[in-house]
Design a protein around this ligand. Structure first.
Ligand code: ADP
Length: 367
């Protein structure tokens, strides 16, 4: 009987609960035992009650709940060999040799490293008498399948990540809300959104709310005096009779010299040059909260079904897959290749090769 553990790790994202729910229920339907790991990788190291066999009813109602009920944590211990050794012992002793991880690129890198380490860890556990020869023989391969839980939509080789659509929806609601005040008082709002080094949330929110100007890391303004460009666009819109001004800035926005573009600076420009009554709104963690949108429930459910299938079909030779979605189809893509491509985006930005960054991120939006 295949025993599979599922965990959520890194920053929480709406839809992670739907991942656990679908993994548990589809896994049970396929005749597997599914273990929920509480508190991310820390739960693997701690074992005991934090490694819990899940029943069908345990995940009842989880589809509509935001965040992750089994918890997530940043776990430094898992970055050490000692921590991973302890985690391997707990898994082997529970008869588990497959792990479905839902997290960002850090969590997925850790998962793949664990898989690479596994044979050596099992050998060490056997030679130090922590597990038996039979256990070592039975659990000599670890299967890893990755699901991308991230509101930032910052993973390469997939069109969309679990949580991003919900977050975008929260942002749109927030921009619509401040628009009421902006229209009433004829004000300007500079709104900072999350995304770390990825501009997807800012760009999509800009389109979906009809913002006047958007700043994203992958495509910085190319003018030396981009402030004047922004002001002339805003002025043009004002002359057309617009009573509100909305500028959306990604938290990782930069200029062409990689200098951060900050919301307060944009506020000063709009205030001092255009005389606009300007306010800054930093949306912060409201963007990660609340019930998952329909799309994230669906994405999480269908991808988790694929993840369980990928575990059941895995062979020792197949590289760990990352479950993605491309052109509306659920995909399997080599996990470490996706992580490497994601890091390439950051490298391209660091080298001021913005065209390459945009191409790597999404050729569709390069223009
Ligand atoms: P995210 O998954 O959202 O990118 P982090 O980078 O913080 O978030 O990673 C989450 C957790 O994954 C870390 O706290 C750690 O436990 C584990 N992790 C990340 N990178 C590694 C790594 N290189 N080796 C082992 N574990 C890692």
């Amino acid at each position: 009987r295949q025993k599979i553990a599922v965990l959520t790790s890194g920053g929480d994202a709406p839809g992670m609960n739907a991942v656990v729910r679908a993994t548990v229920r589809y896994g049970i339907a396929k005749g597997c035992d599914i273990f929920g790991v509480y508190e991310g990788y820390q739960g693997l190291i701690d074992g005991g009650e934090r490694l819990k066999k899940m029943e069908w009813k345990d995940v009842r109602g989880w589809l509509a709940v935001g965040g992750t009920t089994i918890g997530t944590a940043r776990c430094m211990g898992f970055k050490t060999r000692e921590g991973r050794l302890q985690a391997a012992e707990n898994l082997v002793k529970n008869g588990i040799d497959a792990l479905i991880v839902c997290g960002g690129d850090g969590s997925l890198t850790g998962a793949d490293l664990f898989r690479a380490d596994w044979p050596g860890l099992v050998d060490e556990l056997k030679s130090t008498g922590r597990i038996s020869q039979e256990q070592a023989d039975a659990y000599h391969v670890l299967t890893i399948v990755g699901l991308v839980g991230s509101i930032d939509n910052d993973m390469s080789s997939t069109d969309i990540t679990i949580g991003a659509v919900t977050s975008l929806h929260r942002i749109c609601e927030a921009v619509d809300s401040v628009s009421t005040t902006a229209l009433s008082h004829s004000r300007a709002f500079v709104i900072e959104v999350m995304g770390r080094h990825c501009g997807w949330l800012a760009l999509m929110a800009g389109i979906a709310t009809g913002a006047d100007f958007v700043f994203i890391p992958e495509k910085p303004p190319q003018e030396d005096d981009w402030e004047t460009t922004m002001c002339s666009v805003v002025e043009r819109h004002r002359h057309l009779g617009k009573r509100k001004t909305v500028v959306i800035v990604a938290e990782g926005a930069i200029d062409k010299n990689l200098k951060p573009i900050k919301a307060d600076h944009l506020k000063d420009i709009l205030t001092n040059r255009l005389g606009l009554d300007t306010r800054v709104t930093i949306l912060g963690h409201t963007q990660r909260g609340g019930a998952p949108a329909y799309f994230d429930r669906l994405l999480a459910t269908t991808q988790s079904i694929e993840a369980v299938d990928a575990v059941l079909e895995s062979t020792p030779d197949t590289p760990s897959p990352m479950i993605g979605m491309t052109d509306n189809k659920i995909t399997r893509f080599p996990l470490m290749k996706a992580v490497a491509l994601t890091h390439e985006v950051a490298e391209a930005i660091g080298q001021k090769n913005f065209a390459r960054a945009m191409e790597l991120r999404d050729p569709q939006f390069a223009e």
